[in-house]
Design a protein around this ligand. Structure first.
Ligand code: SAH
Length: 563
């Protein structure tokens, strides 16, 4: 979990510079008063302060784990990001990683389970924890017995299926219990509650329904059935209401269906009036059941207020989700926090071996890792989708951006298959090679440019060559991916010949190999002097347009300002 409202506070000038690099609201000076004044209304503080000073300031403000915000401290040289308070529950551990990724600091996380590489109970992907979590967490860490009550038969991660279910408990002591449930339960000493995302709230609204109308109806339906809001995984409705503000403001992911799809679902309370109005005899019940998938049951039949209807379904098995993740060109400093979170929270991480290595720092002992060979892209896409169809949370990792000559397109093409229809695919963008290379070279992409892959494995050379011709004629800056490999040698010189017909031979060309990785190197040359031997499988090549110049060793394509 990453906190939402985050405030950075700095006191020294050096600290101010560190704070400014963070994408959060920032207050400089008077730390004690700022922290006290904002304690109740932010989810997290990033304090660019010594830990000792921070501890003295926050000590009088502390209430309990449920209410206190997360606190991360960063020294004013930006070397360390320390999760001080609210490591798991309030998200300080994740925030420390996020701050570290942006500033280049080392994340310092000291909570026991992170230290031992075991995921904490309140960090388990796919569950929201509540109740008395500490005793069961400690028992899991120690390998001592815990009782697991999984009356829903919900699939559990290995951490729990491998837990010692019974055994000797010191006389007089109750075994800590973990209850997996979507019911709302009063806190009970010794019982940790894990809420899985079993519930789908189906809604229908009139055009004029307000967010309050719908929220009240939904809240009452959940509470009336004794269910836990934390177990609601999504809201489902008819497609014309997908963007209705009352539906959107519920705050859950939305799944919407066309009227004919809804009309196919057998429901307990069909209505002729609704059929005439929208083309399906049911919206709330049908949408809830359809989104909850095969084997689901209606736990709250249709309830209506003047303006809206609600029904709640319980799914029989988890909805699998596949994140297709762009890791950026190399190091963690160019990896987005969203990419890191998607990998960290996955149950299964799939990728070409080198890309799995690229995010090894994010992978924990509970995660299943599938390394796949280069070239086996379709198998990789299919395997990742099938694992997600099986109800797993899967991260398929790619270098750069997953949508650029990578896995997002084959995944989404395959995801159209009927047996994979239940899988939700989320694409997490990354810094692509052209941007990483351009930054090293200067500003070669400052004006219009085109990106071409010189690989003719999947695209015939006639097509590739014709596109290079078109780029040459249009005087665009040209970026080449896959410029050369052991088996593909002649394509690069051929592309350069095509460009040389339209551009001076002195046109600048930049080569960047292994941008952002160990052993990165770059070179500035010209169309005339380019030595193909310098170009490898991991080189990104940027060929200037007629306007591109070199200024003090940097390649620049002017925007056109009158300088
Ligand atoms: N999805 C990737 C591209 C994969 S195609 C992305 O968005 O970056 C593979 C090609 O990308 C390589 O042949 C090379 O041209 C380029 N490339 C990938 N990573 C690179 C890096 N770190 N430095 C330079 N070029 C890179």
């Amino acid at each position: 979990m990453t906190p939402k409202t985050i405030l950075t506070v700095s006191v020294t000038e050096a600290g101010r510079a560190v704070a400014r690099r963070l994408p959060f609201e920032h207050v400089h000076g008077d730390a004690a008063a700022t922290i006290a004044g904002r304690w109740a209304d932010v989810d997290a503080f990033v304090l660019v302060l010594a830990v000792g000073a921070a501890v003295r300031m926050i000590a009088p403000l502390l209430t309990d784990k449920e209410q206190d915000p997360a606190v991360v401290c960063v020294d004013d040289a930006g070397r360390y990001a320390v999760a001080v308070l609210g490591g798991h529950g309030a998200g300080a551990n994740d925030l420390a990683h996020q701050v570290a990724a942006v500033t280049g600091a080392e994340p310092v996380v000291t909570t026991a389970s992170d230290r031992l590489g075991v995921p904490a109970l309140d960090q388990l992907p796919g569950f929201v924890a509540s109740g008395d979590v500490a005793p069961a967490s400690r028992a899991l860490l120690d390998g001592s017995p815990v009782a697991i009550d999984n009356h829903l038969g919900w699939p559990l991660p290995e951490l729990l299926t491998g837990a010692t279910p019974a055994g000797a408990t010191p006389a007089g002591q109750r075994r800590p219990t973990i209850r997996i449930t979507d019911a709302s339960e009063p806190r009970q000493a010794g019982t940790a509650v894990l809420h899985p995302p079993t519930l789908v709230v189906g809604v229908g609204t009139s055009t004029g329904a307000t967010p309050d109308d719908l929220a009240q109806l939904v809240t009452a339906a959940i509470a009336g059935a004794g269910l836990a809001t934390a177990s609601v995984g999504m809201v489902a409705t008819i497609d014309r209401r997908r963007t209705h503000r009352a539906v959107v403001s519920l705050g859950w992911p939305i799944e919407a269906f066309a009227a004919p799809e809804l009309a196919e679902v057998a429901v307990p309370h069909p209505s002729d009036a609704v059929r005439q109005a929208v083309g399906s005899p049911s919206v709330a019940e049908a949408a809830a059941l359809l989104a909850a998938g095969p084997g689901s049951t209606l736990v709250v039949p249709k309830q209506a207020s003047g303006a809206a209807t609600v029904a709640i379904a319980r799914r029989a098995r988890p909805r699998g989700r596949l994140h297709v993740v762009g890791l950026g060109p190399g190091g963690a400093e160019h990896r987005t926090p969203a990419a890191a979170a998607a990998v960290r929270h996955a149950e299964v991480v799939v990728g070409y071996s080198a890309y799995v290595d690229q995010c090894a720092d994010l992978i924990g002992p509970q995660q299943h890792v599938v390394r796949s060979p280069l070239g086996a892209e379709l198998d990789r896409a299919q395997m990742a989708l099938e694992a997600a169809a099986d109800g797993k949370q899967v991260a398929l990792v790619c270098s750069g951006d997953p949508g650029i000559y990578a896995m997002a397109s084959p995944v989404l093409e395959l995801a159209g298959r009927p047996d994979l229809a239940a899988v939700q695919v989320v694409v997490v963008p990354g810094v692509t090679a052209s941007l990483a290379a351009a930054a090293v070279l200067g500003a070669p992409l400052g004006h219009d440019h085109a990106v071409i892959s010189l690989s003719d494995l999947l695209t015939p050379w006639e097509v590739v060559g014709a596109r290079v011709e078109a780029v040459a004629a249009a005087d665009l800056v040209a970026v080449f991916y896959n410029p050369r490999s052991e088996r593909r040698q002649w394509q690069l010189p051929r592309a350069m010949e095509i460009l040389a017909k339209q551009r001076p031979r002195s046109t600048p060309v930049g080569l960047v190999t292994d941008a952002g990785r160990v052993g990165t190197r770059h070179q500035l040359t010209t169309i005339h002097e380019l030595d193909p031997e310098e170009v490898t499988m991991t080189t990104c090549l940027v060929v200037g347009a007629s306007t591109t110049v070199v200024r003090r060793g940097r390649m620049v394509t002017p925007r056109g300002y009158p300088l």
